[in-house]
Design a protein around this ligand. Structure first.
Ligand code: PLP
Length: 390
């Protein structure tokens, strides 16, 4: 069985980090982001809640997104889709999963549960049709063309065969074709030549389907960046992920998004050390002067990137303070200068306040993107939503 990280607040031992770290999600901010993104487009939204809603909690994020107006839900894996399909309150909301191999266990069960499937290869199409035939339920599918990301999706030289096979399975009653879709490689780079090329290729993909008599109702191409940057990509549905959680992948175009997650910890110990003392593994930092240092009990096992050692800051006792030396598996050291704090003092690692670091800051310090910071928050950190949506 999966381990459920979403314990209720009254659980006395709700996790290893209970009483120290917690990730708090504000449902109002997620609802605000859904509404803000919806206002940028005529197209309905598929809220991407894969990877535990980018670390926020898949089920609560799905519930709040749908309540705020998202028409559909998107996940990667069959298990994610199956879990969502089991929620009676979301029974009317279509869920699409797209990442599986032809022999993936659970394909038939996922179809039977009523999830829709993205189909990214001829082999997956055959497997989906066969699984649907076994269950006696037509699989609802979204046919995916690779228009240039060279990742998932059927390559252009196979579009004709893909369209013909899909038409054949549709005629046999094993599939119902709901959508046609693709994914953009460079949508966050305004004016990148790949964007125009992919839009043109998507039109060719739709034409290849049309030539086989397939006119899908739901054509979709846009991730968060394309939703924000390019209305020509919106078609009949947009698929925002990171923007739902409050991070704008196209900083050139301001959008009033709000970070949904706050990640806090509390100081475990405080001590004074003399100038010249080497700090943490490898002694990569030596104190320039006598200083008080605080120990924060979160580390890279909890998703605090080791690559941010030497540049990261946290918000502690009224201001930003430097992380000193290496970030370790379970802990790191913070420079207090001559300030003193008591053990238990709150530490904000990711916050929404003006002086708080956020996932954009951590991604700059660690050389990555906020998506990786948010999805990387570890299983020891309990998640809380400020409303009973778990
Ligand atoms: C993750 C994902 C998205 C959302 O991407 P963001 O850049 O986070 O908005 C959209 N579509 C597909 C197919 C995805 O896998």
């Amino acid at each position: 069985m999966a381990i459920d990280n979403y314990r209720i607040a009254s659980d006395p031992v709700s996790s290893d980090m209970s009483g120290t770290a917690k990730a708090s999600m504000d449902w109002r901010r997620l609802a605000h982001n859904v509404e803000t993104l919806a206002a940028l487009t005529e197209a309905p939204l598929m809220a991407m809640v894969k990877a535990d809603a980018y670390g926020h909690g898949m089920i609560p994020a799905a519930r709040v997104s749908v309540e705020a107006g998202a028409a559909r839900l998107g996940v990667a894996t069959l298990r994610e889709a199956w879990r969502l399909r089991r929620l009676p309150d979301l029974a009317e909301t279509p869920v699409m999963a797209f990442l599986y191999a032809p022999d993936q266990p659970g394909l038939a069960e996922t179809i039977e549960a009523g999830a829709e499937l993205g189909v990214s290869s001829l082999a997956n199409l055959a497997a989906v049709a066969a699984a649907a035939e076994r269950t006696g339920t037509a699989a609802r599918v979204h046919l995916k063309g690779d228009t240039g990301i060279s990742r998932g999706g059927v390559a252009e030289h196979e579009w004709e065969a893909f369209a013909e096979a899909a038409a054949k399975h549709r005629a046999a009653g094993t599939i119902a074709i709901v959508g046609a879709w693709s994914h953009l490689a460079c949508a966050d780079e305004l004016g990148h030549p790949a964007n125009a090329l992919q839009k043109a290729a998507f039109e060719r993909f739709l034409a290849a389907l049309a030539a086989a008599g397939i006119a899908p109702e739901v054509r979709h191409l846009a991730n968060s960046a394309a939703l924000i940057a390019d209305p020509e990509t919106h078609y009949d549905l947009v698929r925002p992920g990171i923007a739902l959680y409050g991070y704008n992948p196209v900083p050139e175009i301001p959008v009033a998004l709000e970070p949904v997650m706050e990640l806090r910890s509390r100081v475990a110990t405080v001590k004074r050390l003399p100038a010249g003392t080497g700090i943490s593994y490898g002694h990569t930092h030596h104190l320039e002067r006598d200083a008080n240092v605080a120990l924060v009990p979160l580390g890279y096992a909890d998703g605090i990137p080791r690559a941010a050692s030497g540049s990261a800051e946290v918000y502690l006792a009224g201001r930003r303070r430097r992380v000193l030396g290496r970030i370790c598996m379970d802990q790191f050291v913070v420079d207090l200068g001559d300030d003193t704090v008591s053990p238990g003092e709150p530490v904000v690692l990711i916050g929404a306040g003006e002086h708080h670091p956020d996932a954009d800051d951590w991604s700059a310090w660690a050389g990555t993107i906020p998506n990786e910071i948010l999805t990387g928050i570890g299983g020891r950190v309990p998640r809380y939503w400020n409303r009973g949506v778990e």
